[in-house]
Design a protein around this ligand. Structure first.
Ligand code: NAP
Length: 529
């Protein structure tokens, strides 16, 4: 290894909520020897990359923000993307972490160097060694790899084609015919905005999804001043919102039958927003609310009722250079499951000038493009051949001194992802403290502990609405296993990651290989999950 490759105690990947939060926590813990690798030229993660019209948070921002940095001046209850991006920029400076950020460092791989007891991080398509670090914290986020639909002829489309996560603002869409594939969290935010100016918006919906009213409102300046003068008032607001989202999480994971009360609200929202009974029927979901991510909007359903918006529920057959060809539905399982209908070839042609794919992200594909190798050259993708999993969502056996923020099963179907990220950050700080307290140089989760944790987690998953609700969703991997969400209260996840339980880990001195040890018992008092 060339001496010119800089070495740090800790390397953090990414500058979204995860990477920046980790950087701030290290700074506050008095740890200055770290670098943050950022592939682009600015901080902000998903809030930098997603700037489609109408992009906003769907969790109230007093909760969807760092606990250590409340912002009394949020303009709305659900902040727009640009305001959240600016918040993250401001945090970067306020906590003086910008000097640690190395921009335009596209991490493409990393390998554990057994001899040196450190990670070598590789950047760029050629995978050039760029940094070494004793400890790596990966904060890529689960939603950083946008996925285009696998539809015949898509790349032959001659008009403008782009993904919602990579919006092309150079393309004028006013007075044009715009097609939108996908009606998930992104689609329902951008469709009403497009409908305001486009000549025609053709919405291709594969599965109708539950949409609930959004308790959004502008926050008046008097209320902002109150939060600034008396921070406890905003803290109380945060507490109330957290309580509501936790109650929702409890229902989704423990009492999915009770979501029928919210389904009634969803049906009322449809009736209130749409006049045409046929259109109402088309947008009424046929699966349990919460099975797919619950959507919140006050303008999506009513936008579908506009004269310049057409909702197409026939399956897309192919994309032609000038539009989209659909095939008529002749039968459907009607359960929202993929590939459940048949269609004849008597298709209808929808002529379009532009086509937007708001078709989501691939949480598992984030790692597929990275060449990460742990002990004995074990690739992360090999370790996860049967599906991704981690211990307490954070550590993987065979990969010492590596922590994944927003790792497997750390997502939430109800509350703020920032809450989960902060819990993991505290866990990583405790890992670093444990290393120093014990004089060890590596910390690695025991395979038995990781296995036992995930068995318990998947046992509990079985009763959640995500598996029982009768839908297909991006929460599930191809084999139908939920490897993205945590099947319990977020407070419980936070308790389980408050401290490193040493019995779950192997600590080694120097670069020594860990000795095989008996299966650890979960110590009394430790959270089982
Ligand atoms: P998504 O929820 O995965 O939705 C993708 C949409 O594309 C679905 O309607 C899907 O239909 C459709 N689709 C995919 N492939 C298709 C195909 N081949 N043909 C037709 N339709 C197809 O993606 P997203 O809307 O980008 O949201 C992803 C996640 O990002 C959310 O769940 C949320 O966690 C996050 N997000 C958050 C916010 C926020 O405000 N905080 C905003 C946007 C996104 P099916 O339903 O039939 O699969």
């Amino acid at each position: 290894m060339s001496d010119s490759v800089p070495h740090h105690r800790v390397a953090i990947i990414g500058t979204g909520f995860a990477g920046l939060g980790m950087a701030v926590a290290l700074t506050q813990a008095g740890r200055d020897d770290f670098v943050v690798l950022e592939r682009s030229g600015a901080v902000g993660g998903t809030w930098r990359d997603n700037h489609y019209p109408g992009c906003a948070c769907d969790v109230p921002t007093p909760l969807y923000s760092f606990s250590f940095a409340p912002n009394p001046y949020w303009k709305r209850m659900y902040a727009e993307a640009e305001e959240i991006r600016a918040y993250l920029e401001e945090i970067t400076d306020r906590y003086d972490v910008r000097r640690h950020v190395a921009f335009h460092q596209d991490l493409t791989g990393g390998s554990w160097d057994e001899e040196a007891g450190r990670w070598t991080l590789l950047t760029g398509p050629e995978r050039v060694p760029a940094y070494t670090a004793d400890f790596v914290v990966a904060g890529f986020g689960g939603l950083s790899t946008a996925v285009f639909p696998d539809i015949d002829g898509l790349t032959d489309f001659a008009g403008s084609l782009f993904h919602s996560a990579d919006w092309n603002h150079q393309v004028p869409l006013e007075h044009r015919r715009v097609g939108v594939i996908g009606t998930g969290a992104s689609g329902i935010q951008l469709i009403p905005k497009l409908a305001e100016t486009a000549a025609e918006v053709v919405v291709f919906q594969r599965t109708a999804t539950w949409v609930l009213p959004k308790a959004d409102r502008p926050i008046p300046s008097i209320e902002q001043r109150l939060y600034a003068a008396l921070p406890i008032t905003q803290l109380a607001m945060r507490g109330v919102i957290y309580g509501i989202t936790e109650a929702l999480g409890h229902t989704l994971t423990r009492r999915p039958d009770r979501v029928r009360y919210l389904e009634a609200l969803g049906r009322f929202h449809i009736r209130r927003s749409i006049r045409d009974p046929e259109l109402r029927a088309k947008v009424t979901p046929k699966f349990r609310l919460g099975c797919k991510r619950i959507l919140f909007s006050n303008d999506y359903l009513s936008a579908l009722d506009r004269p310049n918006v057409t909702l197409v529920t026939d399956r897309i057959d192919r994309v032609a250079p000038t539009g989209v060809v659909t095939r008529r539905r002749t039968g459907s399982r009607g359960d929202g499951a993929r590939g459940g209908d048949r269609g004849d070839r008597d298709g209808q042609f929808h002529e379009l000038d532009a086509l937007v794919c708001s078709t989501g992200f691939g949480p598992e594909e984030v790692f597929a493009g990275l060449d990460i190798r742990g002990r004995d050259g074990l690739r992360l993708t090999e370790a996860w051949a049967d599906g991704m999993q981690a211990h307490r969502g954070t550590t993987v056996a065979g990969f010492p001194n590596l922590a994944l923020l927003s790792g497997p099963n750390t997502g939430t179907g109800s509350t703020s992802q920032v809450f989960m990220i902060e819990a993991q950050i505290r866990y990583v700080i405790d890992m670093l403290d444990t290393l120093e307290r014990t004089g060890a140089s590596t910390i690695e989760v025991r395979p038995e502990a990781e296995r036992a944790y995930n068995e318990r987690l998947q046992d509990r998953m079985a009763n959640t609405v995500w598996l029982t609700g009768g839908c297909a969703s991006w929460y599930l991997s191809a084999d139908g296993v939920n490897r993205t969400l945590y099947p319990g209260p977020s407070i419980e996840f936070a308790r389980g990651t408050r401290h490193v339980v040493q019995g779950e880990y192997t600590l080694t001195e120097g670069a020594a290989r860990p000795q095989s040890q008996p299966t650890p018992a979960i110590p009394a008092g430790a959270s089982p999950l």
